[in-house]
Design a binder for this molecule. Structure first.
Ligand code: WTA
Length: 650
């Protein structure tokens, strides 16, 4: 692993909101006096009524509670919009860049966004949506996705955004789990020149689960069937609505959104975030991690987070934090390689982007195409680069730093999770010397610790272990929707008194953290979380499949790929056609992000005598690390391993 050190550039140390000493002092205060620290930080939010308690949290089993800023009243959409109207109403909030560079782009000021959000909020009310109701959002990367989320927040409805790449089945499951009665979607999405049949997917989902209302945005303008009495056009729904909608007074701990994410069981978890702590946490982290402050001429830096709103990065760092901070940002509908591999860098030049935040998987894919696609663009506006979603390998880090950022831009490698709401371990550009591949140091209020995965004891100093977090932070998830017990069991039961992240981690002698990847049954495919059990349950639903076991495998571009071992029913021919069919089957059941990279037909899986699949062996075979499979003597039938090794697809 590279241990090369990239010191903070002098200009950054001088101009940034925080330098090394500033970070150290603030971090120390946040740990020594959390109440005082957060009371002060919370002032970045406009409260309708002040909170009475800052922190009321305990991870203890018999006294489990996570509550922040109790008694405080606020509305997060008012923080993202209304409070900017006095002095920033004409400031551009969103610069929207379409999939097709020849299609018209859009620019929305804070005033425009406020108007659109109010109109939709009124439309939702007119459709009977009330405070606390769940609203499913299944939209492409268009400003209306942000508008929809903020409109829900404005009236106190709880949004559940479902990534527009998910299948009808996955969508139906999520609608059903949170019992939403309304879906907001579009006729079609566009990605890399390809159409995504969103409305048709919603129709298919609604064959399985009923809702009262579907609001359909005309995005590509194609004709889609509208079901009388259920479906209504977006334009029609908002046209007569007033442009003012008073924001609902929300309690700090009122739910803001549900976002489904993969865990180690077959069923995705509805991660629930609440209002006050999330608003403080996301806006604070966004400000410091991206050093978001006016430029020397007083104008807004242009910020671009390339994540989709369907993931948590899009929730926190496209929608909520930048808007709360009054930022100007690019929102991009497309993909990095369409129409060609220069697309990201052309968009950066077009909007003179200062700050760019993307996932390593995209960088690795672009890196492979050669430097020429990058170097033919200017990128002079770039000052800061960010990375998120998976470990960034030192090679990709170096390319990002040297070729994209021409050695002048620090890289903030932000480690966090859907559950954490915002960045937890991350460099700050003016404060942290960088080590390629290390997420470096904790954010304010975050107390990372390493535990021995077997013994459960804390490990000090330079060491590796399971990453846990001692104590709570304001942006922490509050529950698994509808299953509070599962929340406790998943995150707080393994290592009592700590939040368990599911990640493995190394801490070096300088106290830098190096995330090594998931140590549970979650894999990270192109920065997207996927439960191996989810893919397994999709596979076994196929009529010819008896059993399946899925593990991660190293993948040059995706970080991790999906390796599936499949046992078919007796008498089935394990043909190439069946292999292809199973790949399509999983794509249909979950979505293209779950496409298996390798399917190996296996007459038997390695099981212990008690019937437990020994995944360790399957992982080693998938990684092609077959020299040392470890102890196989406890297997019920050790000969299955020989068969797996002999028939490993090349
Ligand atoms: C991984 C995405 C290394 C990690 C914000 C975590 C990372 C999971 C990094 C959460 C990073 C995210 N370095 N690993 N900078 N960022 N991860 O919920 O395994 O989609 O547990 O949240 O992604 O993925 P999620």
């Amino acid at each position: 692993m590279s241990e090369e050190l990239f010191p903070v550039p002098a200009k950054w140390a001088q101009d940034a909101l925080l330098d090394a000493a500033g970070y150290a002092a603030k971090y120390q205060k946040s740990i020594e006096d959390p109440e005082g620290f957060w009371r002060e930080e919370a002032q970045r939010i406009d409260w309708m009524e002040p909170f009475s308690t800052v922190k009321n949290t305990s991870y203890a089993k018999d006294d489990f509670r996570i509550r922040w800023f109790e008694g405080g009243k606020l509305n997060i959409s008012a923080n993202a919009l209304d409070r900017h109207l006095a002095d920033k109403s004409d400031t551009v909030a969103i610069l929207w860049e379409p999939d097709d560079p020849a299609a018209p782009s859009r620019s929305l000021t804070y005033r425009d966004l406020h108007t659109e959000v109010c109109k939709l909020a009124n439309a939702l009310k007119a459709q009977g949506v009330a405070k606390g109701d769940r609203v499913t959002i299944y939209l492409p990367m268009v400003p209306e996705a942000a508008i929809a989320m903020l409109a829900c927040a404005r009236i106190g409805a709880v949004h559940s955004v479902v990534f527009a790449g998910f299948s009808p089945d996955a969508l139906a499951g999520r609608i059903e789990d949170c019992q939403s009665r309304i879906v907001l979607t579009a006729d079609e999405g566009l990605r890399g020149g390809k159409k995504v049949p969103l409305k048709a997917n919603v129709d298919a989902a609604l064959d399985k689960v009923a809702v009262d209302r579907v609001i359909v945005l005309a995005h590509t303008g194609t004709d889609v069937p509208m079901k009388a009495g259920r479906d209504i056009g977006w334009a029609e729904a908002v046209v007569d609505q007033p442009a003012i909608c008073e924001p609902e007074v929300m309690d700090a701990e009122d739910p803001l959104f549900i976002l489904y994410t993969s865990g180690s069981t077959g069923k995705p978890k509805g991660v629930l975030h609440t209002t006050g702590g999330y608003a403080v946490w996301t806006s604070m982290t966004h400000q410091y991690v991206f050093d978001y402050q006016p430029k020397s001429d007083g104008s807004n830096p242009v910020y671009w987070c390339a994540a989709d709103v369907g993931w948590v990065t899009g929730h926190s760092y496209v929608v909520y934090a930048p808007l709360i901070n009054g930022a100007t940002q690019v929102m991009f509908e497309g993909v990095p390689n369409y129409p060609d591999h220069s697309r990201f860098w052309q968009v950066i030049d077009k909007y003179q982007v200062d700050i760019f935040y993307a996932a390593p998987t995209a960088l690795r894919a672009l890196m492979r195409e050669g430097d020429e696609w990058v170097t033919r663009t200017s990128r002079k506006s770039l000052r800061l680069l960010g990375s998120v979603g998976e470990p960034i390998n030192p090679e990709a880090w170096d390319w990002y730093h040297r070729v994209v950022g021409e050695r002048r831009c620090p890289i903030v490698d932000t480690w966090w999770q859907t559950e954490t709401g915002g960045a937890m371990i991350t460099p700050l550009p003016g404060a942290t010397d960088l080590k390629p591949g290390s997420a470096s140091k904790p954010m304010f209020g975050v107390r990372p610790a390493l535990v021995d995965p077997e013994k459960g004891t804390l490990i000090d100093g330079a060491a590796s272990g399971a990453l846990v977090i001692a104590d709570s932070w304001p942006g922490q998830m509050r529950t698994v929707y509808g299953d509070h017990q599962r929340f406790f069991d998943t995150y707080f039961s393994q290592y009592p008194g700590y939040y368990f992240t599911g990640d493995g981690c190394r801490r070096d002698e300088d106290g830098y953290y190096w995330i090594t990847g998931r140590i549970d049954d979650v894999i990270n495919v192109s920065g997207h979380r996927m439960g191996t059990a989810e893919v397994e349950s999709a596979l076994v639903e196929h009529p010819l499949v008896a059993e399946a076991a899925v593990v991660g495998m190293p993948h040059e571009i995706k970080g991790q790929g999906i390796y599936a071992y499949v046992t078919t029913n007796a008498g089935t021919e394990d043909s190439e056609d069946l292999r292809k069919e199973l790949v399509q089957w999983v794509r249909k059941e979950i979505g293209p992000i779950a496409t298996p990279d390798v399917i190996q037909f296996a007459p038997g899986l390695p099981k212990t005598r008690s019937g437990k699949i020994m995944r360790r062996i399957l992982r080693k075979i998938a990684e092609n690390d077959t020299g040392n499979l470890g102890d196989t003597s406890t297997l019920a039938d050790p000969s299955v391993v020989d068969d797996l090794l002999a028939n490993r697809p090349q």
